[in-house]
Design a protein around this ligand. Structure first.
Ligand code: LLP
Length: 432
């Protein structure tokens, strides 16, 4: 199977973390998000271990919680000793409610409002990743009013296209994120930040994109960032403590995607960073990375019930399920690849090519096109694999469809509800 936590049992049922996915669907009903807690923890440990081993002291991973955000995730991240990347006051509120130690949080976003900034400072967020001049002034002013000095990183755009999908490539010069190095604006912003009394510039951040399978794109970004850091040292005598290289390591969604060994990639990247620092004669900064997808994606499976199987004579077949773009908008948005199978017939050979359609009143509500499936019947369970990242967190109530629950499978085989299924009452809660 795609990942080692997926298998098929003696009943011919798909298993996740050794547990029968169909039995869990019987227990909790569908649609259902399942997550393998041990896999999430192991992914955290891989990053923490490799970054500790190969990068300079103080280096660590921050979980990009936009990929999967609910209270229990932050508890797991705290238990594993991960830092976190937050992109909104809502994520901040959730992390605080979970008791996450916010000194280990980095607050992102390209348009933090004054209110967001005050809320984050009051909450004791460790670092702001400051995007632009206006925000820098607002952080400085608010920190001044509160009588504190706020640690910040400046988000820069290194001007790299990591050959990934355009919509999720965010490090190019023409980007809404960060300040460009190439144009000289980053250096100006840095000089200005150094004149301010209530911010303490600790270093720089960049994020080049998502679903990146090899470390060479990160090494290219590191080269640009370290060259900039060397220039600041030479021209301003400013020594950079932290270089945050963002998130983006890829995940295997389909058989044709490569396997990725994160430890080996981190080791390779560390070698490049060592070489660059020596060549540029700069002190090695602590390295931060912000993995989201590669921490949670392969822990997740979504289970649906099949409603209809429709073959349009001479055209194609549609398998309709009881979920769709409200719980997984990624095909509709990016035509993302997924692997799907009939979970209660997982030991049989596929004999049908079909498009998996959701239940929304919209023809673009598709989970995947032209996939090979065992011909299902109404009531069969259809599983979509590797849905732990950017599915629950991007879910909506379009068509007033309640969001599915998140059920965690623990290492000892037990399971528990991490997020309850939404009710119809939840849907009208804020309606006047
Ligand atoms: N750090 C920053 C500043 C980011 O913007 C992102 C993702 C990450 C870290 C985490 O990247 P990851 O390791 O998860 O690739 N909704 C899209 C993905 C958007 C990613 C946006 N930023 C999707 O469903 O593929």
């Amino acid at each position: 199977m795609l990942h080692t936590n997926l298998s098929v049992n003696e009943k011919g049922h798909l298993t996740l973390a050794g547990q029968d996915v169909c039995a869990l669907a019987d227990k909790y009903s569908t649609p259902l998000f399942l997550m393998d807690e041990e896999r999430i923890r192991n992914n955290c440990r891989t990053y923490i271990g490799a970054m500790k081993e190969f990068f300079p002291a103080g280096s660590r991973p921050l979980f990009a919680s936009k990929s999967c955000c609910f209270k229990r995730i932050y508890e797991i991240m705290a238990e594993e000793g991960m830092g976190i990347d937050l992109v909104s006051p809502g994520e901040l509120y959730t992390a605080a409610a979970a008791g996450f130690p916010l000194e280990n949080a980095f607050f992102h976003g390209n348009n933090k409002t004054d209110r967001d900034i005050e809320y984050a400072i009051d909450s004791g967020v460790g670092y702001f990743v400051c995007d632009n001049l206006e925000e820098l002034n607002s952080i400085n002013e608010t920190a001044g009013k509160k009588g504190i000095v706020q640690n910040i990183l400046l988000r820069l755009s290194p001007g790299i296209d990591p050959h990934t999908q355009k919509k999720i490539s965010t490090g190019k010069v023409d980007s809404k994120f960060g300040t460009a190095i190439e144009t000289g604006q980053a250096k100006e912003l840095c000089k200005y930040a150094l004149t301010l009394d209530n911010v303490c510039l600790k270093g720089f951040h960049c994020h080049i994109g998502s679903q990146i399978f090899e470390y060479d794109s990160f090494a290219n970004a590191a080269e640009i960032m370290l060259t900039f850091i060397a220039e600041l040292w030479r021209d301003l005598g400013f020594e950079t403590d932290i270089l945050n290289l963002g998130g983006g390591f890829g995940v295997r969604y389909v058989e044709s995607d490569p396997f990725i060994d994160y430890r080996e990639n981190i080791k390779g990247l560390a070698g490049e960073i060592d070489r660059l620092c020596a060549a540029l004669s700069v002190k090695k900064p602590a390295i931060l990375m912000e993995p989201g997808r590669s921490i949670v994606a392969d822990s997740g499976v979504t289970v649906y019930s099949v409603g209809s199987v429709k073959t349009i004579t001479g055209y194609k077949s549609y398998v309709s399920i009881d979920g769709g773009m409200p719980d997984n908008p990624r095909f509709a948005l990016y035509e993302s690849d997924y692997t799907a199978l009939i979970a209660n017939k997982a030991d049989r050979e596929p004999d049908l090519v079909a498009t998996i359609a959701g239940r929304c009143c919209e023809s673009g509500d598709i989970i995947q096109e032209d996939v090979s499936l065992v011909t299902p019947e109404r009531g069969d369970y259809l599983a979509v694999l590797v849905t732990g990242a950017y599915n629950f967190s991007m879910a909506s109530n379009y068509n007033r469809i309640p969001r599915p629950p998140v059920v965690m499978i623990k290492g000892d085989g037990s399971d528990y509800v991490a997020v309850k299924r939404e009710t119809y009452e939840d849907l009208i809660r804020n309606d006047i």
